[in-house]
Design a binder for this molecule. Structure first.
Ligand code: URA
Length: 238
């Protein structure tokens, strides 16, 4: 692999930026200052340093995206803007969103090319918790909370699995709650709210498994996961 490609793959800049870094003497290979961006290296064996920091080659990439409303959760779409259109500059071949949020839903979306992790987080039998902030029309009575918590018929023959509800506020005709579910059925949250006689007016995913939306991450932006976030996700029960 060429040195400039290695550095680009490791998110250290665009092709021209990494060439500039090499020219400025910021990069060394096996302890020797690198001068040639075309230099060939063995990404598994050679030790590359950038500004004195050792860079380990990786092929799996993990990002959190703060999905805004108005984009579809797909890798590609003929007509609509997709979440992947917001990932410009992210590196990693085969990046894809893990699970789906509706076009009008906002919040946490994990984007990765780690297919094994994606499969594990989405597998129905794994019951990975997803917590949503939900604004609704209607009245959330104690009885309705209990229905959501026990499991509710959303029209496809099988009740939802038990959920957790935290009521945040209630006004005359609207309420806000946090809802934690362990499945990923189509429009599940909206259908659960409908099943208790309300309707969702705003929906945002706050967390998935061990991963929580970074409150400092602006809507429409993404950032790489930290090492701790990655290891918590990867090590979470298999
Ligand atoms: N449930 C929904 O109804 N919509 C989403 O986008 C996610 C969960």
């Amino acid at each position: 692999m060429r040195l400039d490609r290695f550095l680009c793959d490791m998110q250290l800049g665009t092709r021209s930026q990494v060439k500039e870094s090499i020219r400025k003497g910021l990069v060394s290979v096996n302890g020797i200052l690198a001068r040639d961006p075309d230099m060939k290296l063995d990404e598994q064996k050679d030790i590359v340093s950038y500004m004195g920091r050792m860079i380990t080659y990786q092929t799996l990439f993990y990002y959190m995206l703060h999905k805004p409303a108005g984009v579809v959760t797909a890798t590609r779409d003929r007509r609509e803007r997709t979440v992947m259109d917001l990932m410009n500059g992210a590196c990693g071949k085969g990046l894809a969103p893990v699970g789906r949020l509706d076009k009008d839903t906002e919040g946490l979306l994990l984007i990765t090319n780690d297919g094994e992790l994606a499969h594990r987080l989405l597998a129905p039998g794994k019951h990975v918790e997803k917590t949503y902030y939900v604004e609704c029309r209607g009245v959330l009575t104690v009885d309705k909370i209990s229905i959501l918590e026990k499991g509710v018929d959303i029209g496809d023959g099988e009740r939802t699995l038990p959920a957790r509800v935290r009521r945040i506020s209630q006004s005359d005709s609207s309420y806000v709650m946090e809802l934690t579910i362990t499945e990923g059925r189509f429009h599940q949250v909206k259908r659960m709210v409908q099943a208790i006689g309300g309707s969702v007016t705003y929906l945002k995913r706050l967390s998935m498994g061990t991963l929580s939306l970074d409150t400092a991450l602006p809507k429409g932006s993404y950032r790489p996961l930290t090492e701790i976030e990655i290891s918590d996700l990867v090590q979470s029960p298999k």
